[in-house]
Design a protein around this ligand. Structure first.
Ligand SMILES: Cc1cc2nc3c(=O)[nH]c(=O)nc-3n(C[C@H](O)[C@H](O)[C@H](O)COP(=O)(O)OP(=O)(O)OC[C@H]3O[C@@H](n4cnc5c(N)ncnc54)[C@H](O)[C@@H]3O)c2cc1C
Length: 413
């Protein structure tokens, strides 16, 4: 049995098969409490409400929307991934982003200006080619290999010395993280979901078989028939404090911002160097510059920007992109936030092992905004129908780590 309180029959992958009664009984289902009002919790709330769930409460300890990682995202969208499940999530999300205004009523800001990967060796070209085979098999024919000459045309700003070639997908591009968050929050509220800010979940009250029956906050015990853990980078910490094994850990990502400049056009594709993950885009008249690091070794929860990292970025950027010579960083406007890392860098979606009515929707490992439209829909399908319908999400099941069957694919992309 999947543990879905409205399902009783065994089915696919040990979960409950679609019980058609579920949809009609959602309205009388016990309360659903969603932990986290970031883009993931908001998307789950909307998609549940749109399927007829009537008693949905989203709680978030922040004072208002955007207190977690969502508002810190740079707003990239891509389907160029190395694994089938990530390509599928992106394609499903893209379908929904294209209809966002019509379905949700807000602005998702999808701009297909492309993602350009730059390889500096035959080895990196090989990794891109392997990933592209997966992308083509999953229905992304517009992802193509590009030569050095192509790169000079697609992004004339980059220095080509040491570049062997790359990959480009014209339908990748940009999105507005905050617009997507606000859109889902507003749409969920319009359909009756309640959203309470400044409410921190401190623990889960569980019965003898491990099911959750309430969420404990500082001032309340909130009865719950289903709980959704959409607490982003904090999801693993919270779950573990409640005795649920959830391998999600924080990883700091820093973003440098230049002063206002016209040195590069806004429509320049997101441009990423395979060798070290250095990437850049233009947003709101400034250039955003990123290069991943292992995080702050002294404090995994730190979201402080390291001044030495800014110095490195300031030195590296004009060497790779000469148009940035003389364009200063606006150091005071740099920011950092936390990725929510899972061990295989893929989302975790499904009922928690040992806690049959706790739905895990987290672990997106830095892709959460772009995949939220798809994952919110899939999570709601799991609750409403007993299993996801729009995609086979077996690869994302929470038990995969304990089973020794993580999603496998290059960590380069
Ligand atoms: C610098 C940076 C750049 C990024 N760029 C991109 C990008 O280009 N594209 C992309 O798709 N993704 C990007 N991401 C990743 C993306 O931001 C996340 O994957 C996404 O925001 C996760 O959404 P979420 O709703 O799960 O988490 P969050 O937005 O963090 O929301 C979780 C919420 O849970 C709340 N919470 C936590 N614990 C509790 C508790 N105990 N009780 C109550 N509330 C709680 C928090 O207050 C928070 O509001 C980036 C991230 C960073 C840091």
């Amino acid at each position: 049995m999947c543990g879905n309180p409205c399902c009783t029959s065994p089915g696919l992958h040990g979960q409950v098969l679609i019980a058609t009664a579920c949809l009609t009984t959602l309205a009388v289902m016990p309360a659903i409490v969603i932990l986290g009002g970031g883009v993931m919790g908001a998307s789950v709330a909307y998609h549940l409400a749109a399927r007829g769930a009537r008693d949905i409460l989203v709680i978030d300890r922040a004072d208002g929307p955007g207190g977690g990682s969502t508002s810190r995202a740079t707003g990239g969208f891509r389907a160029q991934y190395a694994t089938a499940i990530n390509v599928r999530l992106s394609l499903l999300s893209r379908q929904k982003l294209l209809r966002f205004r019509e379905e949700i009523g807000g602005e998702c800001g999808y701009e297909p200006v492309g993602y350009l990967w730059l390889a500096s060796s035959a080895h990196e070209m090989g990794i891109l080619a392997e990933a592209r085979a997966v992308q083509h098999a999953e229905g992304l024919p517009e992802a193509v290999e590009v030569s050095v000459e192509d790169i000079a045309r697609i992004n004339p700003a980059v220095v080509l010395d040491g570049i062997a070639g790359g990959a480009f997908c014209a339908t990748d591009g940009f999105i507005h993280p905050y617009g997507i968050l606000e859109g889902y929050l507003s749409a969920a509220a319009r359909l009756g979901a309640r959203i309470e800010w400044g409410v921190e979940a401190l623990g889960l009250q569980r019965d003898a078989v491990g099911s959750v029956n309430a969420v404990r906050t500082r001032t309340d015990t909130i009865p719950a028939g289903i709980v959704v853990n959409a607490a982003g980078a904090w999801a693993g910490d919270f779950a573990c404090s409640c005795g649920v094994d959830e391998p999600v850990t924080p990883l700091r990502r820093q973003v440098a911002r230049t002063v206002r400049t016209k040195a590069l056009p806004w429509s320049m594709p997101m441009t990423i160097y395979c060798a070290d993950g250095f990437h850049l885009r233009v947003r709101d008249g400034r250039v955003l510059l990123l290069r991943p690091t292992p995080g702050d070794p002294a404090d995994p929860w730190s979201d402080r920007v390291d001044p030495a990292w800014l110095d490195d970025i300031a030195a590296a950027a004009p060497v790779r992109v000469p148009a940035l010579r003389g364009v200063a960083l606006d150091r005071a406007r740099a920011w950092a936030g936390l990725y929510e890392m899972s061990p295989d860098h893929h989302a975790i979606l499904g009922w928690a092992p040992g806690c049959p009515n706790l739905l895990l929707v987290n672990g997106n490992s830095g892709h959460g905004v772009m995949h939220a439209p798809a994952l919110g829909l899939l999570a709601a399908e799991i609750v409403a129908h007993g299993a996801a319908r729009s995609l086979d999400v077996h690869a994302l099941r929470p038990s995969r780590f304990a089973e020794g069957d993580p999603v496998r694919g290059s960590s380069l992309l």
